[in-house]
Design a binder for this molecule. Sequence first.
Ligand code: FAD
Length: 317
Amino acid sequence: MKITEHIKKANGKTLFSFEVIPPKKGNNIQELYNNINPLMEFNPPFIDVTTSREEYVYVEKEGLLDRKITRMRPGTVGICAAIKHKYDVDTVPHVLCGGFSKEETEYLLVDCHYLGIENVMALRGDAMSHQKYFVPSKGGHNYAKELVAQIQNLNCGKYLHEVMEAASKADFCIGVAGYPEKHLEAPSLQTDLKRLKEKIDAGADYVVTQMFFDNQKYFEFVEAAKNAGIHVPIVPGIKPMAVQRHLKLLPQVFKIDLPETLINSVEKCKTSKDVRQVGIEWAIQQSKELLAAGVPVLHYYSMGKSDNIHAIAKELF
Ligand code: FAD
């Protein structure tokens, strides 16, 4: 079922969902199942599976370093199909512009359609680690809105090189990213909202936000989005702080602010277990307020381990 249909069917009740990251290659899927299993008691109607960009590895050959390109994690579509059929739940593969040509994206979407995956999250992806700015792959998209348009074309039976009157046309529900504290490259929040509106106009059906630790930022963003003409569901993305290092890492990587009270609480922690507990309690408070405000879904970033998401969901769902 489409995410937008799940939201409609819930009739105002807030849903629980989460995102998983495929484990590094060489592992088997059991590790992922072990993290998903405990969360299934909260009846998520859908689970997102992230996609990672290709990476360079450096191999020493006759005293010289040779650069090779590789993918570190197994493919998202296969994982989505496995989770969907094991748990009878909808899955949302994250589809990236970066690292893919339009043709490769089409193959991936054809696979999704064939496997009964009805939702996709359309994202640009970040620059590779050695790049300062995002560079599209040869024959790939520059911005997420172009990817949204490609998916919409497929929904109309328009493939890249042909129009097909297929018996069962794709009908993807499309999610896109939104940034309550603006995307790090955007010159202003208002411009970023204009770009978000372009993604909706291209055919996106719902928005999932970047993590934020101050709910006010989310409430103001939803209001500003409405004023900018965006009327699709805006799902808040919640990430529980898990390690002391996040105090530096999260603002640096995502250009988000952390509330002073949260910083002070984490700084007082003596062990990593204490930090994890502070993260859980903060996310519970955030979630309670968002729940009271009637958000459509509470969507959690699990970053691999799910024990903290379980502790949070237990208090709410
Ligand atoms: P876009 O919407 O294309 O925007 C990128 C930037 O370009 C913004 O600053 C925007 O304002 C600007 N822009 C847009 N259109 C134009 C234009 N026409 N002219 C000039 N500027 C423009 N990354 C992954 O690698 N894998 C994942 O699985 C993944 N999942 C994510 C899930 C969520 C919910 C979120 C919020 C992010 C996720 N990301 C993921 C990160 C995402 O790929 C990065 O944040 C990326 O830098 C931007 O992606 P986007 O889809 O928002 O890009």
